[in-house]
Structures are given as structure tokens and as C-alpha cells.
Design a protein around this ligand. Sequence first.
Ligand code: HEM
Length: 247
Amino acid sequence: METETQTTTEQMTNSDLSEQIKEVTKESHVRAENTELMLSFQRGQVTMPQHKLLLCSLYEVYKVLEEEMDRNSHHPCVAPIYFPAELARLGTLEKDLEYFNGQDWREKVVVPAATKRYCHRLRQIGKENPEFLVAHAYTRYLGDLSGGQVLGRIAQKSMGLKGSEGLSFFAFPGVSSPNRFKQLYRSRMNSVELTEEERNGVLEEAVRAFELNIQVFDDLQKMLLSVPENKLQTLSTHTTPAKMLQI
Ligand code: HEM
């Protein structure tokens, strides 16, 4: 079996899924980078409330994404890109949320409507089109292994955190070289057999995955503007920004 340390000799071509997916999501990536939330990160100005809210949404998203990946792990389109030991984020998010919100963190998970829409879409494709999970796994995991590495260091500085406490989400102890792992991941994506229709569906889904992320970031910013932090802590998971404006 191919491992992370073995360099892939496969030549990438324009017809490779990994190249096509990068190309079709290029513009969306720029838009994602330029959301208020991501700009706060890049400027080194991310605040604790921003980060805590982001962790809550990521927790809900990864819970569904990883459940659906696990459930479909033997599906021919999912199996090649199924790397739970190296990539799984749910446990790291649980750890970070406990660090920031205490032992009763589960009662304090607050997510906006956009996060629910994202989770709903993940559930739906897990049931109806598991081949689209490739698009969602790519968007999140390759993002976490790319810009996410820098964001972790920035978050640590911005929030004055000591050591690696509260930053498990950004660390991938099972991946010794993110760049080599990304190469392996791309070659695995390229080995997935898809009909033309399925391939177009995956590419469309990747654009949608970026869009869903952008909507989550924008909704989180709205929540922060409309609700004081102490109120955020007491809200249930079923609160939407619209409802929050009424409190
Ligand atoms: C790749 C930066 C946000 C998804 C990358 C790369 C950088 C980067 C430097 C590596 C490019 C390369 O190797 O060619 C950033 C910064 C961000 C950000 C600074 C925000 C502050 C996001 C977000 C997502 C995302 C929000 C998705 C939700 C990806 C993906 C890749 C990637 C999927 C892999 C592209 C590929 O090689 O196919 N990002 N990113 N990024 N990023 Fe981001």
C-alpha cells in the first residue's frame, strides 16, 4: 500500500480531478480568504469569541462529515481518500472546545443557520451521492493542511495562548509532511473512477462546499455583531441569527 512517505511518481495532467477541482474552486478560495472572519485571522486580530464560535461550527460540520465518511468508507469513491487516522478532526475539536468552554462545553455549542444548512447537505449527499463526499473532504481537509497550518500559529499569537493548548484542531500528528501528504491525497483523488456526469457533479459540489463555508463565516460574523458574548454562551444549538437578534 502506498504510504505518505513514498513520493508519488504519477504525472498530474489537466484531466486529473485534483487539478480540475483546484481550478474550479480558485475564485471561491479567494472569496473564502476575503471573508471578514478569515481576514481577522490573517491580520492576527482573531478574538476569543470569534474563535470559539468558529470551533462550534467546525465541530458540527466535522461531526457529520466524519460520520458520513465512516459510514461510506467502503464506497469505491470514498475508500481511496479515507484517512481517518491522519485527518480526523472531530476529536481535536472536542478537546479544544473543552479547553475553551469547560467540561459542560456540549451545552454551550452555538451554531448559526448556515452551519445547519452545511450539515444538512453533508447528510443528504452521504445518503444519496456518496461520491460527492470527495468534494467536501477535499475542501476541508486540504484546506486544513494548507492555509490552516499558518492560521493555527496566528490564532495562538492573537489569543495569547501558551504552547499548543486549545490548538489541537490545527495539528496533524499523523501527518509528518503536509506537502507530501497532500501529494498522496491528490493522487488518491485522481484514482477515483467517475463517469463524466459524476465528475461534473463532484466539481459543482466542491464550489458548493466553498460556498457553504463562506456562508458559515459570514453568519458567524453576524452573530458576533448582534449578540454580546455572555449571551452567546447561554444560547442553545437551535438558535439562528434571526432568533438571536430578538434576545
Ligand atoms: C490551499 C491559504 C482559507 C481551502 C491553500 C494554500 C494556501 C492557502 C497558501 C496552498 C496553495 C497551494 O499549495 O497551491 C489560505 C488562507 C486562508 C484560506 C490564508 C484564509 C485565511 C481557506 C478556506 C478553505 C480553504 C476557508 C475552505 C473552506 C483550501 C483548499 C486548498 C487550499 C481545499 C488546497 C488547494 C489544492 O491544492 O488543490 N490555502 N486558505 N482555504 N485551501 Fe486555503
